[in-house]
Each structure stands twice: as structure tokens, then as C-alpha cells.
Design a binder for this molecule. Structure first.
Ligand SMILES: [Zn+2]
Length: 304
């Protein structure tokens, strides 16, 4: 299994267009030891030929162009055989609307995520220009499914969606009660290799630990370092947990709670631009690395 990180930042990216926080200004002005990042998306392949995207970020066009194996191999072609969604957040789904150039799409998500994106969304009609422009496969929780490509061929990968603590996307809040299908971790299988992909996790629970169990490689929610990160910077009114992201640091942070995870590769992704570990010379960065975690960056490659 080959994994390519196309984007490693949380919603807004790094730097974020309207953010003048020390990290964003520092990376703009090149006065801190940090690298810009686009919004989270990862490409996975088993055979090097058929690629599967995990989430479709608002920067999907730039991300495809940044990686030659995702370029067309014919006058009208894409090696992207399927797109899997972990939740309905716009930074994970908005890219679908950018893939509207009359190309068939194969999408996998829970029923809740599917409905959250298409219901009442007049813009979705841009993906309904012809019959079968979108084939939407509903992922049941806890059942392993083969990932079939838009060419109807098996990709050699299979997937299991596991419910993990999260919340509906902002545009769906208040429209329906929260539901286990709002937010999932994806377990992707190829032969004896397992990638556990959990880029949004509101709390480390037994179900989260089960989703990471026996994985060869784990990608985990690295959004915030501390619970009051946005409050302390005067940038927001919500704690990390209220935004469905367990903070990494502290006595009860994810890094402590995940100390029993034994995957050979453990990688933090979905990094918010305020997170101090984005500074490569920060104590937070050093602490995560000392505990065996790698910090995802755009262009990172992992082969399992
Ligand atoms: Zn910022």
C-alpha cells in the first residue's frame, strides 16, 4: 500500500486566509521554522495504478496537480477511482464540487454524510449533469466492503467505517440530532496491511482504540494541542472538544491516551494553523516525536 499526503492541515489551511495568529504570520513571513500546508486529503493505492482519495478538500485541484501519479493518462481520464469521506465537513467535501468537469465519480461515505451533502444543496446538481455522474456507495458501520473503482474494477483495497466521537458538519448542526454515522474512522485494508485513518476524533474512547487496533499505520487527529487553543489566542469561543477534536497535549490528551497504540507508523494529520507543534523547533513538536509520532506534511509518502 502506498500513501501520499496531499494535504495535512485542518480546515482553513496553513496559513489561513484571514488569520494573523503568530503561526500564520510567521509562516507567511518565513520567520518561524514551519511549512505551509493545504487542507487534509490523502491518496492511497494498492497497485500504483488505481488511486483512492480519503476526503476531497477545497484544494483538490492544486493537490492533484502537485502529484504526477494523479494526472490524466488520456484525453479525458483520471486515475482517481474512488473518493472516501470521513465526515461531512466542508473541508472534506467541498472538493467534490470542484471535480465537476463532466467526469464520473465513485464516492463512499455513511448515509448521514451522503444526505448532509446532497439534501437541500442546489449546487449538487452540478454533479448530476448526466446519468450516473456520481455513484454514491453507502458505507455501513463496522462492515468491511471492497472498494470498487469508477471503472467497476476492484482497487485491491477494502474499507471498514468505524464510528468515532464527532459531530455533524456546521451547516447541518441543529437540523437533526447527532448520529454515530456523522463521523467515522476508516480502516483501509490491502493484503495483510491495515491503514487506520482517523483525522477527526472528538474523544479517545474504546471505539477509537478499536479502530486503531492492529493497524500497520495510523493517521490521527492532530488538530489542536490544547483545549483552549483558540480561546487563549483570542481567535474563537469554543474549546477543542466542542469542535469535536480531542487535544493532543496535557495529562488526558490524545498522546497520553494513545500510548498503548503499537502501530509501526503513527502520524498526526489535520493540523490546525494555531497548533504549536507546526513549529518544528517547538517543545510540543519534540514531545510528539519523542512519543513516537510523526507530523504529516504535504507530499509525505508512506509505503506499507
Ligand atoms: Zn492562524
Amino acid at each position: 500500500m502506498r500513501i501520499r499526503v496531499l494535504g495535512s492541515a485542518a480546515g482553513g489551511g496553513f496559513p489561513q486566509w484571514n488569520c494573523g495568529c503568530p503561526n500564520c504570520q510567521g509562516v507567511r513571513n518565513a520567520t518561524i521554522d514551519a511549512t505551509p500546508r493545504t487542507q487534509e486529503s490523502v491518496a492511497v493505492t494498492n497497485d500504483g495504478n488505481a488511486w483512492v482519495l480519503l476526503n476531497a478538500s477545497p484544494e483538490v485541484r492544486q493537490q492533484i496537480e502537485s502529484f504526477a501519479p494523479l494526472h490524466p493518462r488520456g484525453a479525458r481520464h483520471s486515475p482517481i477511482q474512488a473518493i472516501l469521506l470521513t465526515n461531512g465537513d466542508l473541508d472534506h467535501c467541498l472538493g467534490l464540487l470542484s471535480l465537476r468537469e463532466s467526469h464520473p465519480l465513485m464516492i463512499y461515505s455513511t448515509e448521514r454524510v451522503r444526505r448532509g451533502f446532497i439534501e437541500g444543496n442546489v449546487l449538487y446538481r452540478t454533479l448530476q449533469r448526466f446519468a450516473d455522474q456520481v455513484t454514491w456507495n453507502v458505507l455501513p458501520l463496522g462492515r468491511r466492503e471492497m472498494i470498487v473503482g469508477v471503472d467497476r474494477q476492484p482497487t485491491g483495497l477494502s474499507v471498514e467505517a468505524v464510528a468515532v466521537p464527532g459531530k455533524p458538519p456546521v451547516h447541518c448542526e441543529g437540523l437533526a440530532a447527532p448520529h454515530p454515522e456523522d463521523n467515522v474512522a476508516l480502516r483501509i485494508f490491502a493484503a495483510d496491511r491495515t491503514l487506520a485513518y482517523a483525522s477527526g476524533v472528538g474523544a479517545v474512547t474504546p471505539s477509537v482504540l478499536a479502530a486503531l487496533e492492529d493497524a500497520t499505520c495510523v493517521f490521527f487527529d492532530g488538530t489542536f494541542w490544547s483545549s483552549d487553543e483558540l480561546l487563549a489566542l483570542g481567535l474563537g469561543s469554543k474549546r477543542a472538544e466542542q469542535m469535536a477534536h480531542a487535544p493532543l497535549g496535557g495529562d488526558h490528551g490524545s498522546l497520553v491516551e494513545l500510548r498503548g497504540v503499537r502501530a509501526p507508523r503513527r502520524i498526526l494529520i489535520h493540523l490546525n494553523n494555531t497548533n504549536p507543534l507546526l513549529k518544528e523547533d517547538s517543545p510540543e513538536h519534540a514531545q510528539a516525536v519523542a512519543l513516537g509520532w510523526e507530523i504529516a506534511y504535504d507530499g509525505m509518502e508512506v509505503t506499507l
